[in-house]
Design a protein around this ligand. Structure first.
Ligand SMILES: [Zn+2]
Length: 365
């Protein structure tokens, strides 16, 4: 049978189940989402025939609509038909169908299984559909799911690896469209790119401890003013401490989360955080003064790069801006431009972020 033809309807499977019962087969039935099939799912499904006297296993897969209702808009990752086909290809499963009901009542009444099996995160007593099994002496039971495996965990691992590989920026908002719904081109938006350590938060060497995350004085007010002036705020930061193994991606994300929560309390909206996790030795293209992160942010958020500004506390920030022909501001906080790595002069030297913003506002007039 071809792959495409292998998924039957519930009615077809109900007729098949009746035939099986008449032939003396013992039928087990279970249901689930089975999104991003993993070893936990397969161990659970394989155990069903081993732990019962069942000779046939029928699986009902939640439809896409019902998964969205159960697990939110992001799910499922894999559409219902593909989830069903993957399960059907497993040796331990005999038939699969897709169902949209909220409960298994109709499934059970149609199939009349000898065993109704659910994963052990369900309590047998609370399986409301189990009562329908009584009229043909069916039995409800739960089987353990192997711990440590779940689709959510798998998804988190994929995302974390993608971050580590620098494949996705830590962007807080979805990308900004370049076209309106009627197809007209939207204007690009002006941005202010900001270094993080020494510009927004106090500069601590390899900052990764939450208790060390402190906003520099006046930063919230200054950034809020930039928001009011219509600038999109993008943080661009080198974090070689990750690549050197001094702290983890998780530590870095936690620091950002705290910084963002302090800023959002003050009404500041940061659109994205772009970071290079590599040490200098790697020679990557995302480490400032390379411009890759700024270019990526510009494309993700439909920014007008030439009308934007770059604020940093190091000459590498000024050099990044120079290479991209963005106006640069060196602030006298954090490293205070004392790194002397690049012989560059900024478009403006500001005592702090507040003064930098005042200069941007003046450029605007
Ligand atoms: Zn890098």
């Amino acid at each position: 049978m071809s792959l495409a033809a292998s998924i039957k309807s519930r009615a077809e499977i109900a007729r098949l189940a009746e035939k099986w019962r008449n032939e003396g087969e013992r039928i087990a039935f279970t249901s689930g989402v089975f999104d991003l099939l993993h070893i936990g799912h397969v161990s659970y499904l394989t155990a069903i025939k081993e732990k019962t006297a069942a000779t046939k296993l029928i699986v009902a897969v939640n439809s896409d609509t019902s998964v969205r209702a159960l697990k939110g808009e992001l799910r499922p990752f894999v559409p219902e038909r593909e989830r069903a086909l993957l399960l059907h290809a497993l040796a331990c499963i005999d038939e699969v169908f897709v169902f949209a009901d909220k409960t298994n009542k109709e499934n059970i009444l149609a199939i009349k299984p000898h065993y109704y099996v659910k994963a052990s995160d369900y309590d047998v007593k609370t399986l409301s559909s189990a009562k329908y099994l009584k009229s043909w002496n069916g039995k409800a039971l739960t089987l353990p799911m192997v711990s440590g495996h779940s689709t959510s965990k798998l998804f988190e691992r994929i995302v974390e690896k993608a971050y580590i590989k620098g494949m996705i920026p830590q962007t807080l908002q979805t990308g900004y469209p370049d076209k309106a719904s009627d197809g007209t081109l939207l204007p690009r938006r002006r941005a202010v790119f900001l270094d993080r350590d020494g510009v927004i938060v106090e500069d601590c060497e390899y900052l990764h401890r939450l208790e060390e995350v402190r906003l520099l004085p006046g930063v919230a007010t200054a950034l809020k003013r930039l928001n009011e002036l219509g600038y999109v705020l993008i943080v661009v930061t080198n974090q070689p401490g990750i690549g050197l193994g001094y702290f983890s991606h998780k530590d870095f994300f936690r620091v950002n989360k705290k910084m963002l929560s302090l800023l959002s309390k003050a009404g500041v909206n940061i659109t994205g955080i772009y970071f290079c996790p590599h040490s200098k030795a790697v020679g990557c293209m995302c480490r400032k003064p390379e411009g890759e992160l700024v270019v990526r942010a510009t494309s993700d958020h439909h920014l007008a790069i030439r009308e934007s500004f770059f604020i940093g506390d190091q000459t590498s920030d000024v050099e990044t801006a120079r290479r991209l022909k963005i106006k640069s501001i060196l602030v006298n906080t954090g490293k205070r431009g004392s790194d002397k790595k690049y012989a560059v002069s900024p478009d403006f030297k500001a005592e702090n972020l507040n003064k930098a913003v005042a200069w941007i506002a003046a450029c605007d007039r």
